[in-house]
Design a protein around this ligand. Structure first.
Ligand SMILES: Cc1ncc(COP(=O)(O)O)c(C=O)c1O
Length: 402
């Protein structure tokens, strides 16, 4: 497709919400029960069925879910948890909020995920667990991670915020009991959404009562059961806790989104592969990997890396140039350790950072950008994105030549 300037702004993502979701929300409103209730319970069952896990509990965000996993696993002040810097900061912050110390290992520059060959050097007597992050929806090399975790007696909690529908060795992410818990996000950018929302998937029923009460005031029983005909009116608070429950209005979205998830992901897959094809000859951009039979991608993000040394402009200049052309992009993510809080934090906790730093996370963090990708993106939109990117790069190269 030849370059033409886009007339209207194209966002990098957009939720796919249809009439069934809208009707289901209206049904909740008419029934008069809009907060946590029977639709939440039904959505939890659907999540369990879809992911092949015996227990799934929903709450207001993946960030809260991550915080609750750390509490339930009994993280104590000074306990260390190994993770990656190329993630959303909540992966680290929820450890810090419990008094724990996130210990960073570098990424594999091909996948952008945790490099398991770096793990053993990061383990100390204070290490309690590992949080792999399936960035972009591409699963981490879990076999290597589980083997190291088992050898050292560590738990694994998967940050599966971006990975609904992804598989590892044919099993849904979260569906392997070698990880004690996994956390999903239903934020509007994700492959399926409930507006905001998150969930913890887990196998051991013993965690159930605490997870339930930590999302709601430390009370063991849900409000809707208390207000039903059979329930007791009395409540008992057994520990102080946040209020982070999920609403039936959100579940109304989730119940219909989950039915469409495989279809959404199949369309994402098509578009992802089409980008790879359309960018095949472009040396100035490094393309993402589409996964394989073992690492079953759910194609949440198409993260390209712009190579300033070849393209003649930095990532930030590139993002600005594309915005001027009405093409939206995202940055997933600036490495956590370059945010100001974490710069100070790791200056004070130097042992939580490898001696040789995180060169791969930093190199990619300065170059990456997410291109428009969602199931409703048309081939024509995609052609225009590609033609515009080629146009911007050709313009930058022409300036260098002058
Ligand atoms: C890797 C990762 N972890 C955690 C989160 C937090 O999810 P939420 O916005 O539902 O709290 C996100 C959200 O963008 C994410 O991408």
């Amino acid at each position: 497709m030849p370059y033409t300037r886009r007339e209207t702004f194209l966002p990098f993502t957009r939720p796919m919400i249809g009439q069934p979701e809208i009707d289901e929300m209206i049904d909740s409103i008419h029934r008069g029960w809009i907060t946590t209730g029977p639709k939440c319970a039904k959505f939890e069952e659907e999540l369990q069925r879809y992911n092949g896990v015996p227990h799934c509990r929903v709450m207001n965000s993946a960030t809260t879910a991550q915080e609750i996993t750390m509490q339930v696993l009994g993280l104590q002040a000074g306990d260390e948890v190994i993770t990656t810097s190329l993630t959303w900061v909540s992966t680290l912050s929820t450890v810090v909020l419990q008094g724990g110390i996130p210990v960073l290992v570098d990424i594999d520059p091909v996948t952008l995920n945790m490099d398991p060959s770096k793990l053993e050097a990061a383990i100390t007597p204070r290490t309690k667990g590992i949080i792999p992050v399936h960035l972009t929806g591409l699963p981490c090399p879990m076999e290597e991670i589980w083997t190291i975790a088992e050898k050292h007696g560590l738990w694994v909690v998967e940050d599966a915020a971006q990975a609904m529908g992804a598989t590892y060795k044919g099993t849904k992410i979260g569906g392997d009991p070698r990880s004690v818990m996994s956390v999903y996000s239903f934020h509007p950018n994700k492959n399926m959404t409930t507006g905001e929302g998150g969930a913890i998937a887990f196998f051991d029923e013993a965690y159930l009562p605490r997870i339930q009460r930590l999302r709601f005031h430390g009370i063991e029983r849900d409000a809707w059961k208390r207000q039903s005909k059979e329930g007791s009116v009395h409540i008992d608070v057994v520990e102080p806790a946040r209020k982070a429950n999920f609403m039936d209005l959100q579940a109304a979205l989730g119940l219909h989104q989950i039915k469409q998830l495989d279809g959404f992901n199949a369309r994402r897959r098509q578009l992802f592969h089409r980008y790879l094809e359309l960018f095949r000859d472009l040396d100035e951009v490094m393309l993402p990997t589409p996964g394989d039979d073992i690492h079953g991608h759910c194609f949440h993000l198409f993260v390209a890396r712009i190579l300033p040394e070849k393209a003649g402009l930095s990532r930030d200049e590139f993002v600005t140039a594309l915005k001027e052309e009405n093409i939206g992009t995202g940055i997933h993510y600036r490495p956590a350790h370059v945010h100001s809080f974490y710069q100070d934090y790791f200056a004070q906790h130097a042992h939580a950072m490898p001696k040789d730093g995180l060169p791969n996370a930093e190199w990619s963090g300065e170059r990456l950008l997410s291109l428009p990708l969602w199931p409703g993106l048309t081939e024509a939109d995609q052609d225009q994105v590609v033609a515009t990117i080629k146009h911007v790069i050709a313009g930058a190269r022409a300036k260098i030549a002058v």
